[in-house]
Ligand binder design. Structure first.
Ligand SMILES: [Zn+2]
Length: 568
């Protein structure tokens, strides 16, 4: 008896994984607290949690599919538990060792970090030396050098770029901040102390590089200009009084990325600055005198973005300028949601047929038109139909329509059928490789039968290579949470509206949902094989009730998304 007690207690514990501390160097700076884990006799792994910390990634765990998504630089890496495949965005790569889920921890083999795909996403080169237990990461930069030159009456700061990048300049009397959009730089501080400039710090902030020039005294004027070959942002700070330059170095060059720096076709010399021809190619901005009361501004003023091709004078008065990305993000939430409504079957494919000859394709189209009418009265939505009349459309083409118009949702409308004429009820499905139950599997087989009518049938999943089917599973799980939520909201709306049994939310392998690059669901409104239901379908009320439920479900789904977004 005692033996069993001990055993069951120990059995609940996650297996012990041996580990040891390693050295991590990120852009020349050490990061403590990272370990290597011995998963099997010959295989060492990294913990995904620690890797996320190293690369500044956020993690999203999808328990239904045992899949972990790493969000990084607006890109995604999908890692599936105990699977050899890793999806880098849409690109799937097979590793020689599987990712492992032990207890609450996901472990990945070191080869993932060294892969070309990972390197591209993290924008950093990673070297792992197992014998010295050293993991070194070097982020790629496109700001190759920050330099300064001190003269009697002015100090110039040069920010050398590898390509033209847009930037904004904000000023107070004690600081000049240059935000370089999409700029990449390693965090550092260059101490100057020349009587005017205290130091120059550079750092990454929200996808931009931020170069801050901290001043020791209020300058007379500050002007910025741009030069090309190589691309440089020049900040000229005119001193309010001459300073003694004998004690300060005439020029200081801090190479930010040595390799990149020497590769440049032309390395700037101090003499370049005094050559008048050099300034001709520059697009000089207006000289902006410092405004006295800026002293009181705690935050730096925001000014418009300056592009390299921009000949406009910097307008220092504009405030609250949002960057392009912020605007786009905001616009995405505000713009109309595009919903593709798909009336199942059509043309030579009648779908299921009722005892009195009612065809599923006609009922589906009627529900879809009711749905379109309701959505058309709501300015928040734009509706696109996969078919407007009785025509045959191959299954894959239906999702292609949705993908091409970058739809936000894809809703396929169908009627169910059974050999048992007494069966009736509502069901809503979202895509899965495995069906929830045998009934769901049969529904999918019936709905997929249109494939036989297609002139170029799609290869069935079973015949695809293992890698392809793995890719499918990634495509499926990408939106699984959204699909599940949307299904839940629509299902909840049908409970009171439809006076038929409610069979709820299910999952099955529907070809029409495969390849949809957005959340997608398939509605089986009711059983057309049921005598009573067949006559119900001919009454407009049932179709309106189904349409109302779908519409209300969609509205509530978006309301819940908005709420989640606002709570963040
Ligand atoms: Zn159907």
């Amino acid at each position: 008896m005692l033996f069993f007690t001990v055993y069951s207690h120990a059995g609940k514990k996650a297996p012990v994984v041996l580990s040891k501390a390693i050295n991590v160097i990120i852009d020349g700076k050490p990061l403590p607290g990272v370990r290597i884990y011995k998963i099997s006799e010959r295989a060492n792994y990294f913990s995904v949690r620690e890797i996320a910390k190293i690369y500044n990634a956020s993690l999203e765990w999808k328990p239904v599919s045992s899949q972990l998504t790493m969000h990084l630089n607006n890109k995604k890496i999908h890692i599936k538990a105990d699977d050899f495949g890793v999806a880098f965005g849409n690109k799937l790569k097979k590793m020689s060792l599987p990712s492992r889920l032990i207890g609450n921890e996901m472990y990945i083999p070191p080869e993932i970090l060294k892969s070309k795909e990972f390197t591209e996403i993290v924008e950093a080169d990673t070297v792992w030396n197992p014998s010295s237990l050293l993991l070194s990461i070097k982020h790629r930069v496109n700001i190759s050098a920050v330099k300064y030159f001190t003269k009697l009456e002015s100090t110039r700061v040069l920010i050398q770029l590898e390509k033209p990048l847009s930037y904004t300049v904000s000023k107070t009397s004690r600081r000049v901040a240059i935000k370089i959009l999409e700029g990449k730089v390693h965090r550092d501080v260059l101490v100057v102390n020349n009587g005017i400039v205290k130091d120059i710090s550079y750092d990454m902030k929200g996808g931009s590089a931020l170069v801050k020039i901290n001043l020791q005294q209020m300058p007379k004027i500050i002007k910025t200009s741009i030069l090309s070959k190589p691309y440089r942002i020049v900040v000229c700070i005119k001193h309010s009084k001459n300073i003694d330059t004998s004690s300060t170095k005439k020029a200081t060059v801090i190479p930010v990325a040595e390799e990149n720096y020497v590769k440049l076709p032309e390395i700037l010399k101090e003499s370049d600055l005094t050559t008048p021809e050099k300034y001709k190619e520059a697009q000089m901005s207006e000289i902006i005198p410092m405004i006295e009361n800026n002293e009181n501004n705690k935050d730096l003023e925001k000014v418009p973005v300056v592009k390299f091709e921009d000949k406009n004078i910097i307008d220092d008065t504009a405030k609250d300028v949002v960057t392009k990305q912020e605007k786009e993000k905001e616009a995405c939430y505000k713009r109309k949601k595009i919903i593709v409504l798909d009336a199942g079957h059509g043309g030579e494919d009648p779908g299921a047929v009722g005892p009195n000859g009612t065809k599923e394709k006609d009922v589906n189209l009627e529900i879809v038109y009711e749905l379109k009418t309701i959505f058309d009265n709501d300015d928040n939505y734009e509706i696109i139909l996969t078919r407007k009349d009785d025509t045959f459309i191959p299954l894959s083409k239906r999702t292609n329509i949705a993908n091409e118009c970058k739809a936000d949702l894809f809703i396929s409308v169908h009627c169910n059928a059974s050999f048992d004429r007494n069966v009736n009820g509502f069901e809503i499905y979202f895509l899965s490789e495995k069906a929830t139950d045998s009934e769901a599997a049969l529904t999918a087989i019936r709905e997929n039968s249109a494939l036989g009518l297609e002139k170029q049938p799609i290869k069935p999943i079973e015949k695809n290579t293992a890698l392809e089917s793995m890719f499918w599973s990634f495509a499926i799980t990408e939106y699984i949470n959204e699909c599940s939520e949307l299904s839940g909201f629509i299902y909840a709306e049908t409970i009171d509206r439809l006076k038929i049994p409610n069979k709820g939310v299910k999952q099955a392998s529907f070809c029409v949902l495969k390849g949809a690059q957005m959340p997608s669901v398939l509605v089986e409104s009711a059983f057309i094989s049921n005598y009573m239901q067949e006559s119900e379908f001919s009454s407009k009320k049932f179709c309106v009730d189904v349409a109302d439920s779908i519409y209300e479900g969609v509205v509530k789904y978006y309301a819940s998304k908005d709420k989640k977004r606002n709570n963040k």
